[in-house]
Design a protein around this ligand. Structure first.
Ligand code: SF4
Length: 351
């Protein structure tokens, strides 16, 4: 599994071979649980216990700055905000060193600044606050010394067995990822405390090795918990929504017209002709438009109605795409309105 790739793959082995448990704790207050977008977990019971008891837990995630944030990032940010609202102690890593280490196009970290500013504005527009966020390249010294301590514990063989190859850029960025996940439990930060990180299934290699590190390091840590969500597919089959492939995704700074055009071109589960679709029904399971609705349509009943009516041939792709465009334009439009003040916060944060 390559957590840095924009290709999709068969992730079933994270359940069958690598010990991710199917998620079975029901809805805890977000549509991603109800709609089975949350699919797996590792030690999530530790977090549920804390939430039920009104006690603190660490809420940690990291997003690599990318040219533009898309709806897949929006989903990860939504989950982070969800656990913040549930009482988490928040550590949101802006993984600029990871972006620098794994993307060849940058020769200096400075070159990421504009991108980081844009992404930070998005995080603040989603309701994150300055105290929730840190930059990998500009953080507390204990975080970096901890990264070196982790590096001492990882052998080349361990790294290769999890990631498939030993690449120096990936190695250094992975070290900081483990530091991101584990450092909140150091005494200089929160001390020993269960932590939750919400990731997509393809990021499981990071989860496995950080859990391994939690046990190997000479500290008294909880093994970090993880929640796995499906990755949001791109608008074509076989692709993740990815910043490096703009035509496959919907971005938080897309105009209404761009959103309409992209959704109009999305791959659907519709039939060759209207007559055929009315007769045989469509296939929402393989439809990219339906996938977007499953993620972002607020009303559960509406999602179910569309699924059923599509299958019966009573709801057709034209009206469905129009409805989906309206849902996404509303979401992106609301976000767009919050950007000017969020951008000011981001500028202040970076200065
Ligand atoms: Fe997809 Fe909607 Fe067409 Fe059904 S009607 S195949 S859900 S676009």
């Amino acid at each position: 599994m390559d957590p840095w790739s924009s290709e999709t793959g068969d992730y079933s082995k994270v359940f069958s071979e690598f010990g991710v448990k199917k998620y079975s704790s029901g809805d805890i207050g977000h549509r991603f649980f109800r709609r089975k977008i949350v699919v797996g977990e590792r030690d999530f019971h530790l977090i549920l216990e804390k939430i039920k008891a009104g006690k603190k837990f660490v809420n940690v995630t990291g997003v690599t700055p990318s040219g533009r944030n898309h709806l897949g990032h929006y989903g990860i940010m939504e989950m982070f905000k969800f656990f913040k609202d549930k009482g988490g102690k928040n550590y949101f890593a802006v993984a600029d060193i990871e972006a620098f280490s794994t993307k060849q196009k940058f020769s200096k970290i400075e070159e990421l600044k504009e991108m980081t500013l844009n992404n930070l504005a998005n995080y603040f527009a989603m309701g994150l606050e300055k105290k929730d966020v840190y930059l990998q390249s500009d953080y507390q010294s204990r975080y970096y010394s901890f990264g070196y301590e982790i590096g001492r514990r990882i052998t080349e063989n361990m790294f290769k067995s999890v990631y498939g190859s030993m690449d120096s850029g990936k190695f250094s960025s992975a070290l900081l990822q483990f530091a991101d996940i584990l450092h909140p439990q150091l005494s200089e930060f929160e001390g020993k405390m269960p932590s939750i990180t919400c990731i997509s299934l393809d990021q499981d290699p990071h989860a496995r090795l950080s859990r391994d590190m939690a046990v190997r390091l000479p500290y008294d840590f909880y093994t970090p918990s993880f929640l796995y969500i499906k990755h949001l597919g791109g608008l074509r089959q076989g692709k993740k929504m990815s910043s490096s492939e703009p035509e496959t995704g919907i971005f938080l700074d897309d105009s209404d017209l761009e959103i309409e055009k992209k959704i109009a071109k999305a791959v659907t589960g519709g039939k060759q002709s209207l007559e055929e679709q009315k007769r045989e029904g469509g296939e929402p399971e393989i439809c990219k438009v339906f996938e977007l609705l499953t993620w972002f349509e607020e009303k559960d009943k509406e999602v179910e109605r569309i699924r059923n009516d599509c299958k019966k041939g009573k709801w057709l792709c034209g009206e469905c795409k129009k409805h989906c465009s309206d849902v996404i334009k509303k979401l992106v439009g609301g976000h767009r309105k919050r950007i000017p003040s969020a951008r000011k916060k981001a500028e202040k944060f970076l200065s």
